[in-house]
Unconditional design. Structure first.
Length: 256
């Protein structure tokens, strides 16, 4: 993915990593369109950041995706980058399966069906553009499970494998598939997470991502250093240690 000169649509970018990335991408010379459900947030972003365009989209709703895709393509026919940022992270207790099921279904709808439907809505347009990119967003938890978020882990593993396979199918086209693999980052993805001292500061994360995008335009995965502990546990042969550390059962590492 080239670092500038793009027209980029980022659904799910009204806060957190999505908004921070949108602002940095605009700063380096891209046209950026931010999508989200809440019109008040979109209006605030447009007012506070001149040049950022906005569109209302609910990525859990097929009709909303189709409507927003038509609006974005009509307004920005040179759109060449789609960043699939929308996602939710819910705690589930499968000791109470009926309660857990509702959270699991919402997570799959947002984190798996949403990105797949967005790709379907934009892919034909992107295939007609030079230097097009689909940037998917998985997680370090796609590679090592956090005990309290089973469906989130599974949804991000699905996005990882979908990205790998879509890349194979689009080989030879002008559409690059790049997977952003965040570690834990200080955002409001879960209550209290923005102040979690063990999570990576948001600005530090975006700085490193932007540096990697610029230095590695042909990368298939964008991996900041902090996520490599989770990403490569199986490769290193220490996956059991990674899972224990992640879930707080390794007293020595947890205390460090």
């Amino acid at each position: 993915m080239r670092i500038n000169g793009n027209t980029i649509f980022i659904p799910g970018a009204t806060s957190g990593i999505g908004l921070a990335l949108a602002l940095r991408l605009q700063e380096v010379g891209n046209t950026v369109i931010v999508g989200g459900r809440r019109t008040e947030l979109l209006e605030r972003i447009a007012a506070e950041h001149p040049g950022i365009d906005t569109v209302r989209i609910d990525t859990t709703d097929k009709g909303s995706i189709a409507e927003a895709a038509g609006e974005v393509i009509a307004s920005h026919p040179d759109l060449n980058v789609l960043v699939l940022m929308a996602g939710i992270m819910r705690v589930e207790d499968w000791g109470s399966p009926h309660e857990a099921l509702a959270e699991a279904e919402a997570t799959v709808t947002t984190n798996v069906l949403g990105p797949i439907r967005l790709i379907a809505a934009f892919l034909e347009h992107l295939k007609a553009q030079p230097d097009a990119t689909i940037l998917t967003v998985s997680s370090g938890l796609a590679f090592a499970p956090l005990r309290v978020t089973p469906t989130y882990n599974a949804s991000k593993a699905a996005i990882h494998m979908f990205s790998e396979t879509l890349r194979l199918q689009l080989a030879g086209s002008d559409v690059q598939v790049v997977e952003l693999v965040p570690p834990s980052v200080q955002t409001d993805l879960m209550p209290g997470h923005a102040d979690d001292p063990f999570a990576m500061p948001l600005d530090e994360y975006i700085d490193e991502v932007m540096g990697l995008l610029e230095a590695q335009p042909d990368a298939t995965e964008i991996l900041v250093e902090r996520v490599k502990f989770l990403r490569f546990g199986e490769v290193r042969g220490d996956q059991a240690q990674v899972i224990a550390t992640l879930n707080g059962t390794d007293a020595v590492v947890a205390a460090a």
